[in-house]
Design a protein around this ligand. Structure first.
Ligand SMILES: [Zn+2]
Ligand SMILES: [Zn+2]
Length: 260
């Protein structure tokens, strides 16, 4: 029998030992399963099974600094870290980061979160968003989710962007203002509209909550949303924030939709 001296760094303390014991009892009662497909992952660890993890398409460098769209190194040599669209029509916000491309497994996670009551998906998305947004998640920034209309909130029961912002805030220590923005009116579905059409549809429908005016003033805001498509909604949010005294707006999303 090996005798282990007490008080050495790295050895389990009473508390961590209890925690570990608790976890193994819990694993025995409810074996850990993949958060997406439910497959037993007791032997693999993590929160996604191997197949679901392999189905995630991460946004890798090089990507557009403003909208997170993947670009090539030839593009970078030509015009720096900006896609064509952002070079010719710079968005109102500054930097954009996305964890995934909106396809395969990331699309399934987001669809489940938005339309299938799978609120637990917010945690896994937020975990990877924290990685993707490392360089913009400064301690003095303020996370603000893209708002949903109160009708949608009533239907769905939650705002998926607010869930993500809350978890991001908890994991990174960056403060959040969950209802800093609100939708004045319901926006008709944007699918199928051009970028200009979407902008027109959303313009002026989002504003800051007057009671949070002081909280937002002078802040560098990181707008949080599940996906970034043409950026029409993010533009409307950025406009409201910048007109009300925020010094800058960056965006951080779960997935970037590539329209091709
Ligand atoms: Zn799975
Ligand atoms: Zn871009």
């Amino acid at each position: 029998m090996r005798l282990l001296p007490l008080g050495i760094k790295g050895l389990p303390t009473g508390k961590s030992l209890l925690k570990r014991l608790g976890r193994s009892v819990l694993n025995w009662l409810v074996p850990p399963s993949c958060i997406s497909c439910g497959e037993d992952i007791a032997s693999q660890g993590g929160i996604l099974c191997g197949a679901c993890f392999a189905g995630l398409r991460f946004v890798h460098a090089p990507f557009c600094d403003a909208c997170a769209l993947p670009i090539t190194y030839d593009d970078v040599a030509e015009r720096g870290y900006l896609c064509l669209e952002c070079e010719f029509h710079p968005p109102l916000w500054h930097r954009g980061r996305a964890a995934f491309l909106y396809e395969g497994q990331a699309r399934r996670l987001i669809m489940g979160l938005k339309y299938g009551d799978r609120t637990e998906h917010a945690a896994i998305l937020a975990r990877f968003m924290a990685q993707a947004g490392q360089d913009i998640l400064k301690p003095d920034a303020l996370l603000v989710p893209v708002p949903v209309h109160r009708w949608r909130l009533w239907q769905r029961g939650y705002n998926q962007a607010a869930l993500m912002a809350k978890i991001l805030s908890r994991n990174t220590g960056v403060a959040c203002c969950l209802d800093g923005l609100y939708r004045r009116s319901r926006t008709a579905a944007l699918a199928g509209l051009s970028r200009q059409g979407r902008r027109k549809q959303v313009a002026g429908t989002i504003d800051i909550q007057p009671r949070h005016g002081d909280t937002l003033r002078g802040k560098s805001v990181i707008l949080v949303d599940d996906i970034l498509t043409t950026g029409a909604t993010a533009e409307a949010c950025a406009k409201a924030l910048l007109e009300n005294g925020c010094v800058s707006v960056d965006i951080l999303v779960g997935a970037r939709v590539t329209l091709s």
